[in-house]
Write a protein that binds this ligand. Sequence first.
Ligand SMILES: Cc1cc2nc3c(=O)[nH]c(=O)nc-3n(C[C@H](O)[C@H](O)[C@H](O)COP(=O)(O)OP(=O)(O)OC[C@H]3O[C@@H](n4cnc5c(N)ncnc54)[C@H](O)[C@@H]3O)c2cc1C
Length: 302
Amino acid sequence: MKELVVIGGASAAQSAAVYAARAGVEVTIVADEYGGQINNTDVVENYLGFKSIEGPELAKRYVEHMRDYDVDEMLGQKAVDIRRPDHFEVELEDGTVLEALSVIIATGGSRRKLGVKGEKELSGRGVGYCAVCDGPLYQGEEVAIVGAGYAATEAIDYMTDIAEKIYVINRSKGYSGEEITIERIEDHEKVEHWENSEIVEFYSGDQLLEGAVINKDGEEVELEVPGIFIEIGTKPNSDLTELIEKTDGSRIKVDSQMSTGVKGLYAAGDVNNKGVQQLAVSVGQGCIAGLNAAEYIKEHRQ
Ligand SMILES: Cc1cc2nc3c(=O)[nH]c(=O)nc-3n(C[C@H](O)[C@H](O)[C@H](O)COP(=O)(O)OP(=O)(O)OC[C@H]3O[C@@H](n4cnc5c(N)ncnc54)[C@H](O)[C@@H]3O)c2cc1C
Protein backbone atom coordinates (compact mmCIF):
# COMPACT_ATOMS: atom_id res chain seq x y z
CA MET A 1 0.00 0.00 0.00
CA LYS A 2 1.36 3.39 -0.96
CA GLU A 3 0.86 6.38 1.30
CA LEU A 4 0.39 9.24 -1.17
CA VAL A 5 -0.06 9.02 -4.93
CA VAL A 6 0.25 12.35 -6.75
CA ILE A 7 -1.09 12.27 -10.32
CA GLY A 8 0.46 14.86 -12.63
CA GLY A 9 3.91 15.98 -13.67
CA ALA A 10 4.12 19.74 -13.42
CA SER A 11 4.01 22.69 -11.02
CA ALA A 12 1.03 21.60 -8.88
CA ALA A 13 2.07 17.94 -8.68
CA GLN A 14 5.74 18.60 -8.01
CA SER A 15 4.99 21.22 -5.39
CA ALA A 16 2.62 18.76 -3.66
CA ALA A 17 5.27 16.02 -3.83
CA VAL A 18 7.94 18.24 -2.28
CA TYR A 19 5.73 19.44 0.59
CA ALA A 20 4.37 15.97 1.36
CA ALA A 21 7.83 14.38 1.26
CA ARG A 22 9.19 17.08 3.58
CA ALA A 23 6.26 16.39 5.92
CA GLY A 24 7.47 12.81 6.23
CA VAL A 25 5.14 10.74 4.07
CA GLU A 26 6.03 8.32 1.27
CA VAL A 27 5.21 9.92 -2.07
CA THR A 28 4.71 8.30 -5.48
CA ILE A 29 4.30 10.60 -8.46
CA VAL A 30 2.54 9.26 -11.56
CA ALA A 31 3.01 11.37 -14.70
CA ASP A 32 2.62 10.71 -18.39
CA GLU A 33 5.29 13.36 -18.87
CA TYR A 34 7.01 16.10 -16.89
CA GLY A 35 6.74 19.81 -17.59
CA GLY A 36 3.07 20.45 -18.29
CA GLN A 37 1.91 23.61 -19.97
CA ILE A 38 4.88 25.68 -18.91
CA ASN A 39 7.13 23.41 -20.95
CA ASN A 40 5.42 24.87 -24.02
CA THR A 41 5.69 28.46 -22.86
CA ASP A 42 8.30 30.84 -24.19
CA VAL A 43 9.16 33.07 -21.27
CA VAL A 44 7.62 33.47 -17.82
CA GLU A 45 7.89 37.00 -16.47
CA ASN A 46 5.39 36.99 -13.61
CA TYR A 47 6.67 34.26 -11.30
CA LEU A 48 8.06 35.89 -8.21
CA GLY A 49 11.80 35.60 -7.81
CA PHE A 50 12.42 35.14 -11.53
CA LYS A 51 12.17 38.38 -13.53
CA SER A 52 12.33 36.35 -16.71
CA ILE A 53 12.83 32.63 -17.16
CA GLU A 54 12.20 30.31 -20.11
CA GLY A 55 9.27 27.96 -19.48
CA PRO A 56 11.20 24.70 -20.14
CA GLU A 57 14.02 25.86 -17.84
CA LEU A 58 11.56 26.50 -15.01
CA ALA A 59 9.93 23.10 -15.62
CA LYS A 60 13.38 21.46 -15.45
CA ARG A 61 14.11 23.20 -12.15
CA TYR A 62 10.84 21.91 -10.66
CA VAL A 63 11.91 18.34 -11.44
CA GLU A 64 15.43 18.88 -10.08
CA HIS A 65 14.01 20.34 -6.89
CA MET A 66 11.60 17.43 -6.43
CA ARG A 67 14.48 14.99 -6.93
CA ASP A 68 16.18 16.38 -3.83
CA TYR A 69 13.57 14.36 -1.92
CA ASP A 70 12.78 10.70 -1.75
CA VAL A 71 9.91 10.67 -4.25
CA ASP A 72 9.11 7.45 -6.11
CA GLU A 73 8.70 8.42 -9.77
CA MET A 74 6.42 6.59 -12.20
CA LEU A 75 7.12 8.60 -15.34
CA GLY A 76 5.53 7.69 -18.68
CA GLN A 77 2.44 6.39 -16.88
CA LYS A 78 -1.05 7.75 -17.30
CA ALA A 79 -3.68 7.36 -14.60
CA VAL A 80 -7.08 6.42 -16.02
CA ASP A 81 -9.27 5.82 -12.98
CA ILE A 82 -9.47 6.40 -9.23
CA ARG A 83 -11.74 4.21 -7.13
CA ARG A 84 -12.32 3.91 -3.43
CA PRO A 85 -13.39 0.57 -2.05
CA ASP A 86 -12.02 1.53 1.43
CA HIS A 87 -8.54 2.89 0.60
CA PHE A 88 -7.89 4.42 -2.85
CA GLU A 89 -7.07 2.50 -6.03
CA VAL A 90 -5.38 4.36 -8.88
CA GLU A 91 -5.54 2.48 -12.15
CA LEU A 92 -2.90 3.18 -14.78
CA GLU A 93 -3.25 2.86 -18.55
CA ASP A 94 -1.19 -0.36 -18.58
CA GLY A 95 -3.60 -1.97 -16.11
CA THR A 96 -1.42 -1.57 -12.99
CA VAL A 97 -3.45 -0.68 -9.90
CA LEU A 98 -1.78 1.36 -7.16
CA GLU A 99 -3.33 1.20 -3.71
CA ALA A 100 -2.97 4.36 -1.66
CA LEU A 101 -4.12 6.04 1.53
CA SER A 102 -4.42 9.42 -0.15
CA VAL A 103 -4.40 10.81 -3.71
CA ILE A 104 -3.77 14.26 -5.15
CA ILE A 105 -5.05 14.97 -8.65
CA ALA A 106 -2.83 17.58 -10.33
CA THR A 107 -3.46 16.76 -13.97
CA GLY A 108 -3.79 20.36 -15.23
CA GLY A 109 -5.24 21.09 -18.64
CA SER A 110 -4.95 20.30 -22.36
CA ARG A 111 -5.33 22.61 -25.35
CA ARG A 112 -8.88 23.22 -26.57
CA LYS A 113 -9.79 22.35 -30.15
CA LEU A 114 -12.16 24.15 -32.53
CA GLY A 115 -13.92 21.03 -33.78
CA VAL A 116 -14.29 22.24 -37.39
CA LYS A 117 -13.92 20.40 -40.69
CA GLY A 118 -10.35 19.52 -41.64
CA GLU A 119 -8.91 20.29 -38.19
CA LYS A 120 -8.24 16.72 -37.14
CA GLU A 121 -6.77 15.66 -40.50
CA LEU A 122 -4.46 18.70 -40.71
CA SER A 123 -3.38 18.70 -37.08
CA GLY A 124 0.42 18.57 -37.15
CA ARG A 125 0.34 19.37 -40.89
CA GLY A 126 -0.02 23.12 -40.54
CA VAL A 127 -2.72 23.26 -37.89
CA GLY A 128 -1.11 23.55 -34.45
CA TYR A 129 -2.01 24.26 -30.84
CA CYS A 130 1.23 25.69 -29.53
CA ALA A 131 2.84 28.62 -31.32
CA VAL A 132 5.70 28.62 -28.86
CA CYS A 133 6.51 24.99 -29.73
CA ASP A 134 6.09 25.05 -33.52
CA GLY A 135 6.14 28.76 -34.39
CA PRO A 136 9.83 28.76 -35.41
CA LEU A 137 8.89 26.51 -38.37
CA TYR A 138 7.26 29.57 -39.92
CA GLN A 139 10.23 31.94 -39.85
CA GLY A 140 9.54 34.81 -42.26
CA GLU A 141 6.16 33.40 -43.31
CA GLU A 142 2.55 34.44 -42.79
CA VAL A 143 0.55 32.64 -40.11
CA ALA A 144 -2.83 32.93 -38.42
CA ILE A 145 -3.62 32.66 -34.74
CA VAL A 146 -7.13 31.84 -33.56
CA GLY A 147 -8.19 33.33 -30.23
CA ALA A 148 -7.93 36.55 -28.25
CA GLY A 149 -7.48 35.47 -24.65
CA TYR A 150 -4.43 34.88 -22.50
CA ALA A 151 -2.97 32.00 -24.56
CA ALA A 152 -3.58 33.79 -27.87
CA THR A 153 -2.07 37.11 -26.79
CA GLU A 154 1.06 35.32 -25.56
CA ALA A 155 1.28 33.40 -28.84
CA ILE A 156 0.81 36.53 -30.99
CA ASP A 157 3.47 38.37 -29.00
CA TYR A 158 5.86 35.45 -29.47
CA MET A 159 5.20 35.17 -33.22
CA THR A 160 5.90 38.87 -33.88
CA ASP A 161 9.61 38.00 -33.63
CA ILE A 162 9.30 35.14 -36.12
CA ALA A 163 6.55 35.54 -38.70
CA GLU A 164 6.31 38.03 -41.52
CA LYS A 165 2.65 38.67 -40.71
CA ILE A 166 0.10 37.39 -38.21
CA TYR A 167 -3.63 37.30 -38.90
CA VAL A 168 -5.60 37.09 -35.68
CA ILE A 169 -8.95 35.36 -36.01
CA ASN A 170 -11.06 36.65 -33.16
CA ARG A 171 -14.70 35.62 -32.88
CA SER A 172 -15.55 38.76 -30.89
CA LYS A 173 -13.78 42.09 -30.39
CA GLY A 174 -10.71 43.10 -28.40
CA TYR A 175 -8.33 41.05 -26.29
CA SER A 176 -8.18 39.72 -22.78
CA GLY A 177 -4.96 38.71 -21.08
CA GLU A 178 -2.09 40.62 -19.52
CA GLU A 179 -2.29 44.34 -20.24
CA ILE A 180 1.46 44.52 -20.88
CA THR A 181 1.20 41.88 -23.64
CA ILE A 182 -1.95 43.38 -25.17
CA GLU A 183 -0.22 46.76 -25.43
CA ARG A 184 2.67 45.12 -27.30
CA ILE A 185 0.46 43.44 -29.93
CA GLU A 186 -2.46 45.81 -30.39
CA ASP A 187 -0.73 48.25 -32.72
CA HIS A 188 2.05 45.97 -33.90
CA GLU A 189 2.76 46.48 -37.60
CA LYS A 190 2.88 42.73 -38.27
CA VAL A 191 -0.50 41.96 -36.66
CA GLU A 192 -3.77 42.15 -38.61
CA HIS A 193 -6.84 41.84 -36.38
CA TRP A 194 -9.86 40.05 -37.90
CA GLU A 195 -12.73 40.60 -35.48
CA ASN A 196 -16.14 38.89 -35.51
CA SER A 197 -14.38 36.14 -37.41
CA GLU A 198 -14.48 32.37 -37.12
CA ILE A 199 -12.86 29.50 -38.97
CA VAL A 200 -15.43 27.49 -40.91
CA GLU A 201 -13.05 24.84 -42.25
CA PHE A 202 -9.41 24.12 -42.98
CA TYR A 203 -8.38 22.97 -46.45
CA SER A 204 -5.29 21.27 -47.74
CA GLY A 205 -3.15 20.87 -50.79
CA ASP A 206 -0.89 17.83 -50.99
CA GLN A 207 -1.80 16.78 -47.43
CA LEU A 208 -0.51 19.99 -45.86
CA LEU A 209 -2.58 22.95 -44.73
CA GLU A 210 -3.17 25.40 -47.52
CA GLY A 211 -5.55 27.75 -45.77
CA ALA A 212 -8.91 28.20 -44.10
CA VAL A 213 -12.36 29.37 -44.99
CA ILE A 214 -13.26 32.10 -42.53
CA ASN A 215 -16.53 33.75 -41.75
CA LYS A 216 -15.27 37.32 -41.51
CA ASP A 217 -17.93 39.60 -40.15
CA GLY A 218 -20.68 37.64 -41.90
CA GLU A 219 -18.84 37.05 -45.18
CA GLU A 220 -16.98 33.89 -46.15
CA VAL A 221 -13.40 34.55 -47.21
CA GLU A 222 -10.37 32.35 -47.79
CA LEU A 223 -7.09 32.94 -46.02
CA GLU A 224 -4.07 31.16 -47.48
CA VAL A 225 -1.35 30.59 -44.88
CA PRO A 226 0.92 27.61 -44.23
CA GLY A 227 0.41 27.68 -40.47
CA ILE A 228 -2.60 28.29 -38.23
CA PHE A 229 -2.34 28.09 -34.45
CA ILE A 230 -5.45 27.51 -32.38
CA GLU A 231 -4.80 29.25 -29.08
CA ILE A 232 -8.17 29.21 -27.35
CA GLY A 233 -7.09 28.08 -23.91
CA THR A 234 -7.13 24.80 -22.10
CA LYS A 235 -9.70 22.33 -20.85
CA PRO A 236 -9.11 20.61 -17.52
CA ASN A 237 -7.97 16.98 -17.51
CA SER A 238 -10.60 16.06 -14.97
CA ASP A 239 -12.16 12.90 -16.41
CA LEU A 240 -10.30 10.63 -14.03
CA THR A 241 -12.88 9.46 -11.59
CA GLU A 242 -16.56 9.24 -10.83
CA LEU A 243 -15.87 10.01 -7.18
CA ILE A 244 -15.77 13.78 -7.48
CA GLU A 245 -18.03 16.69 -8.23
CA LYS A 246 -17.22 19.19 -10.96
CA THR A 247 -18.25 22.78 -11.49
CA ASP A 248 -18.69 24.87 -14.65
CA GLY A 249 -18.85 21.69 -16.64
CA SER A 250 -15.40 20.37 -16.04
CA ARG A 251 -13.28 21.72 -13.20
CA ILE A 252 -12.97 19.61 -10.05
CA LYS A 253 -14.77 21.24 -7.16
CA VAL A 254 -12.51 21.78 -4.14
CA ASP A 255 -12.67 23.78 -0.92
CA SER A 256 -9.98 26.17 0.33
CA GLN A 257 -7.98 23.15 1.57
CA MET A 258 -7.96 21.56 -1.92
CA SER A 259 -10.20 18.78 -0.63
CA THR A 260 -12.64 17.32 -3.16
CA GLY A 261 -15.12 16.41 -0.46
CA VAL A 262 -14.00 12.76 -0.63
CA LYS A 263 -11.80 12.33 2.45
CA GLY A 264 -8.15 11.88 1.47
CA LEU A 265 -8.69 12.95 -2.16
CA TYR A 266 -7.37 16.38 -3.15
CA ALA A 267 -7.10 18.34 -6.41
CA ALA A 268 -4.57 21.12 -7.07
CA GLY A 269 -3.66 23.45 -9.95
CA ASP A 270 -5.45 24.15 -13.23
CA VAL A 271 -7.64 21.04 -12.91
CA ASN A 272 -9.68 22.52 -10.06
CA ASN A 273 -12.20 25.33 -9.83
CA LYS A 274 -10.27 27.58 -7.40
CA GLY A 275 -8.37 30.67 -8.44
CA VAL A 276 -6.76 31.71 -11.70
CA GLN A 277 -4.76 29.38 -13.90
CA GLN A 278 -1.25 30.56 -13.13
CA LEU A 279 1.95 28.96 -11.89
CA ALA A 280 2.03 30.80 -8.58
CA VAL A 281 -1.47 29.49 -7.86
CA SER A 282 -0.76 25.90 -8.89
CA VAL A 283 2.43 25.82 -6.80
CA GLY A 284 0.53 27.30 -3.82
CA GLN A 285 -2.32 24.83 -4.20
CA GLY A 286 0.16 21.97 -4.51
CA CYS A 287 1.59 23.09 -1.18
CA ILE A 288 -1.83 23.12 0.51
CA ALA A 289 -2.83 19.74 -0.95
CA GLY A 290 0.53 18.16 -0.09
CA LEU A 291 0.43 19.28 3.52
CA ASN A 292 -3.22 18.30 4.01
CA ALA A 293 -2.65 14.89 2.44
CA ALA A 294 0.34 14.37 4.75
CA GLU A 295 -1.82 15.24 7.75
CA TYR A 296 -4.54 12.86 6.59
CA ILE A 297 -2.04 10.04 6.05
CA LYS A 298 -0.53 10.47 9.51
CA GLU A 299 -4.00 10.10 11.02
CA HIS A 300 -4.84 7.01 8.95
CA ARG A 301 -1.58 5.06 8.60
CA GLN A 302 -1.54 1.73 10.53
C1 LIG B 1 0.61 29.48 -23.57
C2 LIG B 1 0.60 29.54 -22.06
C3 LIG B 1 1.39 30.46 -21.42
C4 LIG B 1 1.39 30.53 -20.02
N1 LIG B 1 2.18 31.48 -19.42
C5 LIG B 1 2.18 31.57 -18.08
C6 LIG B 1 2.99 32.55 -17.42
O1 LIG B 1 3.72 33.31 -18.06
N2 LIG B 1 2.92 32.59 -16.06
C7 LIG B 1 2.14 31.78 -15.32
O2 LIG B 1 2.14 31.87 -14.10
N3 LIG B 1 1.35 30.85 -15.92
C8 LIG B 1 1.34 30.73 -17.26
N4 LIG B 1 0.54 29.80 -17.87
C9 LIG B 1 -0.34 28.98 -17.04
C10 LIG B 1 0.44 27.83 -16.39
O3 LIG B 1 1.16 27.15 -17.41
C11 LIG B 1 -0.52 26.89 -15.68
O4 LIG B 1 -1.26 27.59 -14.73
C12 LIG B 1 0.25 25.77 -14.98
O5 LIG B 1 1.05 25.07 -15.90
C13 LIG B 1 -0.71 24.80 -14.28
O6 LIG B 1 0.04 23.77 -13.73
P1 LIG B 1 -0.60 22.36 -13.38
O7 LIG B 1 0.49 21.60 -12.69
O8 LIG B 1 -1.88 22.55 -12.68
O9 LIG B 1 -0.97 21.68 -14.76
P2 LIG B 1 -0.22 21.42 -16.15
O10 LIG B 1 0.89 22.37 -16.37
O11 LIG B 1 -1.31 21.37 -17.16
O12 LIG B 1 0.41 19.97 -15.97
C14 LIG B 1 -0.38 18.82 -15.86
C15 LIG B 1 0.55 17.62 -15.73
O13 LIG B 1 -0.21 16.45 -15.48
C16 LIG B 1 0.14 15.42 -16.41
N5 LIG B 1 -1.06 14.60 -16.61
C17 LIG B 1 -2.26 14.98 -17.13
N6 LIG B 1 -3.16 13.97 -17.10
C18 LIG B 1 -2.50 12.91 -16.53
C19 LIG B 1 -2.90 11.59 -16.21
N7 LIG B 1 -4.14 11.13 -16.44
N8 LIG B 1 -1.98 10.76 -15.65
C20 LIG B 1 -0.72 11.18 -15.39
N9 LIG B 1 -0.30 12.45 -15.68
C21 LIG B 1 -1.18 13.31 -16.23
C22 LIG B 1 0.60 16.18 -17.64
O14 LIG B 1 1.44 15.39 -18.47
C23 LIG B 1 1.37 17.33 -16.98
O15 LIG B 1 2.65 16.91 -16.60
C24 LIG B 1 0.54 29.67 -19.25
C25 LIG B 1 -0.24 28.72 -19.91
C26 LIG B 1 -0.22 28.64 -21.30
C27 LIG B 1 -1.08 27.61 -22.01
